[in-house]
Design a protein around this ligand. Structure first.
Ligand code: HDD
Length: 756
């Protein structure tokens, strides 16, 4: 017993309480070495907080590591214990009276284990239940002190740790990643002046203008209440019933029906703060701000048919992609850009900046790049970090403030409120992932699951017994609300109503649609067709088409045709009778294809089809060339394992066509070697591989030996107009193949319905 006590001395995270606060983390006289990660100084304290915040970024290292180390548990080399730290002798058998006798109530080991298990689940988020997170940092490019005193923007090169969670909205926690849906893009900045949460989406506008409608929207889009279908899909009656009656959603519907709603990767989608926010400088002067996150790897999406297939083969597609990019060192990265404008400028816009269904075109207010965010560390534990992280639109810091957007106002209330039921009480801010790196001092006390142990007898302010501490920070250091938000032109009193410009529901929907390329417009029409064809009530389909007519007659006609409507319904009456004169009628930034974006193969997955009898060396060379560019090439064969190549080169297939179907890859390379091609042609999966890659407009490398094989599946290197297909690379031109992959997709070959 004594030996055991020496081996399990105490909880090293509570060293000081046990009188061992000597920096050794072991009791005097003990021979036990502390786990290496629990190094001294890892705990956040007021003394060392500046080491965590504002230091230079080191790849793979995050400032949040230190503070989370307080609670990280590493069980290597440790004995199994109960939650009270009592060593468990037998973890296989419950305590029974006799070998075949009844189990005993006194078995506290069993009861504790089962009881804890019974309560493992917490309620999932009412929206954005399905998500994935990562740690990283934000680095400021230049001081923004002219417009804000916010801590992350005070000096060039300043680092602020972040935790980011991406999500879908509609589906449940275990639902698929590639649903057609909005993606959440929530960033928690652990600044030295407290936590700031920028809780955005991958689309810059929203469905509704007022928080009053949020529960209706969510009820309508979620699985229908009587039979709880469909999961992770908006293609059902109640959603389209609601939005067709809410013309303010038209602009957002354009985004939702566009390819933006099926991103290729979290790393290749934009993020937006959506609302108009404020920045405030030392002098108390404020400007309006829109936040944009632009991915350095370009903004790329899936094809719908591809997304549908992926959801079957790999429901964790985006989660896996994020995880693998970070593990592989191809760190997802975004630039933060601001649109900065004054209240006076905003007053003159043809739209209202307090209306979350409107964006500020980049052509009207250009972007100012202010920093970059890099995600460089995966969480250690999904539940403790990604599930328990609690974002809150109300979490702002000195130098930032809200606008009067009525949707934002509702959010300021909703997030903290929802965490109380989701995380079980008002102390969710103490969960390690939510705890600020900045010190917390106030007189809030008690409540469920309180962790902090406030010392002393003073829990009120003002006080003299504690010397007045904690004391008010005052306007110079503390958070101060901007006194003059937008003033009403004349005193209106309390109203339940909206400003006039909110009633223009179509001008920006038209702007978005008109700014898309023909290919993208076709995708939007096809998405409306798909979604509305799942709607069983014809009147809802007709009402939606009637509404679309106000945004685009061409789109409405195309959708009506796609739905087999013989007669197009008359347009829905408009709320606003006067016509809006928009400042911008075409915005290249709104199209995935025309917005400037990086052309890169970094982080992409490429399938190199192999089989017994192929030429191994060319396959290995290609594998190496792609790896050099930061892409992940995988040898995919009829079966995993050793491939017997014609040239005797050793080659291991790490994936099979069965376990990694073609649509999971960004590009396909066929091998050289007639014998190998023959083997591949006898496996039906090969045809599916080739067809999917072609249909989804991806790059395909076709060596001469494989020409007949791909042609048999209808793949042509020449387009119907006689031009060469830029995504079909014939021969063994690796450079051309890499360039073609970098272009992401080759829609020149696309037809509706697909030719292959
Ligand atoms: Fe929300 C979660 C983004 C409107 C109420 N929202 C949530 C998340 C994101 C957004 C990214 C997931 C955060 C995470 O990963 O944990 N929400 C938005 C955006 C909106 C928006 C960009 C419009 C511009 N939301 C909105 C309104 C309300 C809410 C109008 C309520 C009045 N949102 C919530 C919530 C959630 C949430 C119920 C569910 C889980 C949570 O907060 O933590 O409070």
């Amino acid at each position: 017993v004594n030996q055991m006590a020496a081996a399990v001395p105490f909880n090293p995270t509570k060293a000081s309480e046990h009188g061992f606060d000597n920096g050794l983390l072991v009791p005097p006289g003990s021979t036990v070495s502390p786990p290496s990660r629990l190094s001294t100084g890892s705990t956040l304290s007021e003394e060392n907080k500046n080491e965590k915040v504002g230091s230079v970024a080191v790849e793979g290292v995050n400032s949040t590591i230190g503070s989370l180390d307080r609670v990280r548990v590493d069980s290597s080399g440790q004995m199994l214990t109960t939650n009270q730290g009592v060593p468990i002798a037998d973890n296989q058998n419950s305590l029974k009276y006799g070998l075949r006798g009844p189990a005993l109530l006194e078995d506290f080991v069993l009861r504790e284990k089962i009881t804890h298990f019974d309560h493992e689940r917490i309620p999932e988020r009412i929206v954005h239940a399905r998500g994935s997170g990562a740690h990283g940092y934000f680095e400021c490019y230049e001081p923004l002190t002219d417009i804000t005193r916010a801590a992350p923007f005070t000096e060039a090169g300043k680092i602020t740790p972040v935790f980011v969670r991406f999500s879908t909205v509609q589906g449940e926690r275990g639902s698929k990643d590639t649903a057609r849906d909005v993606r959440g893009f929530a960033v928690k900045f652990y600044t030295d002046e407290g936590n700031w949460d920028l809780v955005g989406n991958n689309m810059p506008v929203f469905f509704i203008q007022d928080a009053m409608k949020f529960p209706d929207l969510v009820h309508a889009v979620k699985p229908e209440p009587h039979h709880q279908m469909p999961q992770a899909a908006s293609a059902h009656d109640t959603f389209w019933d609601f939005v067709s009656l809410m013309p303010e959603s038209t602009h957002m519907l354009m985004w939702l029906m566009s390819d933006r709603a099926i991103p290729r990767s979290y790393a290749t989608m934009q993020g937006f703060g959506v609302h108009t926010f404020r920045m405030v400088n030392e002098a108390g002067e404020s400007v309006f701000i829109k936040f944009h996150w632009n991915p350095i790897y370009g903004t790329h999406s899936l094809a719908w048919d591809e997304a549908v297939k992926i959801s079957g083969a790999d429901p964790d597609y985006h989660r896996r992609d994020l995880w693998e990019r970070i593990e592989g060192g191809v760190f997802p990265e975004w630039e933060l850009a601001l649109q900065v404008f004054t209240e006076e400028e905003a007053d003159a816009f043809s739209f209202d900046v307090l209306d979350a269904t409107k964006l500020v075109p980049e052509e009207l207010v250009p972007l100012r790049k202010v920093g970059r965010m890099v995600l460089n560390r995966n969480p250690d534990n999904f539940f403790a970090e990604t599930e328990q992280v609690a974002f809150c639109a109300a979490h702002v810091i000195p130098g930032l403030d809200f606008s009067n957007d009525p949707l934002l106002a509702g959010r300021i209330h909703s997030y903290a409120d929802t965490q109380i039921s989701r995380l079980g009480g008002p102390n969710f801010h103490e969960l390690p992932i939510n705890a600020p790196l900045a010190p917390v001092h106030n007189n809030q006390r008690d409540g469920m699951h309180r962790q902090a142990i406030p010392r002393g007898r003073v829990n009120y302010e003002p006080n003299s017994l504690a010397g007045g501490c904690p004391f008010q920070a005052g306007a110079a250091q503390g958070f101060v609300s901007v006194p003059a938000r937008i003033q009403a032109k004349e005193e209106q009193g309390k109203v339940r109503a909206k400003p006039e410009k909110f009633a223009d529901h179509y001008t920006q929907a038209a702007l978005f649609y008109e700014s898309q390329t023909k290919v993208e417009q076709n995708h939007i029409a096809a998405a409306f067709r798909f979604e509305l064809s799942k709607v069983t009530v014809p009147a809802i389909r007709e009402r939606m088409v009637a509404s679309l007519r106000n945004a685009s007659e061409a789109l409405a006609a195309q959708v009506a045709e796609g739905l087999g409507m013989k007669k197009i319904p008359p347009p829905l009456p408009r709320a606003l009778k006067t016509e809006t004169k928009p400042e911008v009628r075409y915005s290249a930034a709104l199209s995935l294809m025309t917005r400037p974006g990086a052309v890169s193969v970094k982080g992409r997955k490429i399938a190199l089809l192999v089989a017994d009898g192929i030429m191994g060396q060319t396959a290995l060379d290609l594998h190496a060339a792609l790896g050099m560019q930061g892409a992940t090439a995988r040898f995919v064969a009829p079966r995993i394992g050793l491939v017997e190549t014609a040239d005797g080169v050793r080659l291991d297939a790490d994936a099979s066509m069965e376990n990694e179907p073609g649509f999971l890859f960004d590009a396909l390379a066929l091998p050289e070697g007639p014998d190998g091609i023959k083997v591949l042609s006898l496996d039906g999966h090969t045809a599916e591989f080739i067809k999917d890659q072609y249909r989804h407009c991806k790059a395909i490398l076709v060596p001469d030996d494989a020409k007949a094989l791909v042609e048999a599946e209808g793949v042509r290197a020449v387009l119907p107009n006689g031009e060469p297909d830029p995504g079909i690379i014939t021969g063994q031109d690796i450079d051309a193949f890499i360039e073609a992959i970098g272009r992401h997709r080759h829609p020149e070959r696309e037809t509706d319905p697909p030719s292959v």
